[in-house]
Write a protein that binds this ligand. Sequence first.
Ligand code: MD6
Ligand code: FE
Length: 214
Amino acid sequence: MRQLFDVADTTQAEPLCAGAVLLRGFARALEVALLDGVREVVAQAPLRQMITPGGLRMSVAMTNCGSLGWINDRAGYRYAAFDPASGLPWPAIPAAFAALASDAAEPAGFANFNPDVCLISRYEAGTRLSLHQDRDERDYEQPIVSVSLGVGAMFLFGGLKRSDRTARLRLEHGDVVVWGGPARLRCHGVLPLETGSHPLTGAQRFNMTFRKAA
Ligand code: MD6
Ligand code: FE
């Protein structure tokens, strides 16, 4: 699949810390296929604002594709094979998504990354994701691959403890962040999305995080 990624081949991997890299613009060459894929998935498994175990509605709307999907409800955060909204299995991960995820993980030092979940998040102006760890996956040897599309956002990348200092990283359309190894459980979040516009997504930002959950 490498030859598909004109941009990827020329992208410089920017190390963020041990185990984490930023691949600027890595997903740009696939922007149309990726956004078409998002639309297909959302048509089958609509975006929804999930309710946290504490009973709060998340401002960011989410859905999944893959053999598992990340949900959170009063029973807690967990991976489930079925979309609780429809009772149906999650849509399959579109081919363009899967190729991108493994091609991004490789230069970050994670060969043969084969995710079983793609969690899609939609941010609108003012929506945010507070500092958290992605820790509901079984095997922390497997990285997280995060793809940003549309309106740019300020990503917070912290340490292993919530109280650790956070670095601010502006993520633009097409940027990919990979974190794994010693960085796998670093806290991260997204500041409230500013009002903006992108030719392909309007005022929205989409983020896709690829995970190996099972
Ligand atoms: C981002 N997203 O939007 C990073 N984590 O740049 C996440 O860290 C994330 O979108 C858990 C659940 C959904 C997410
Ligand atoms: Fe996360």
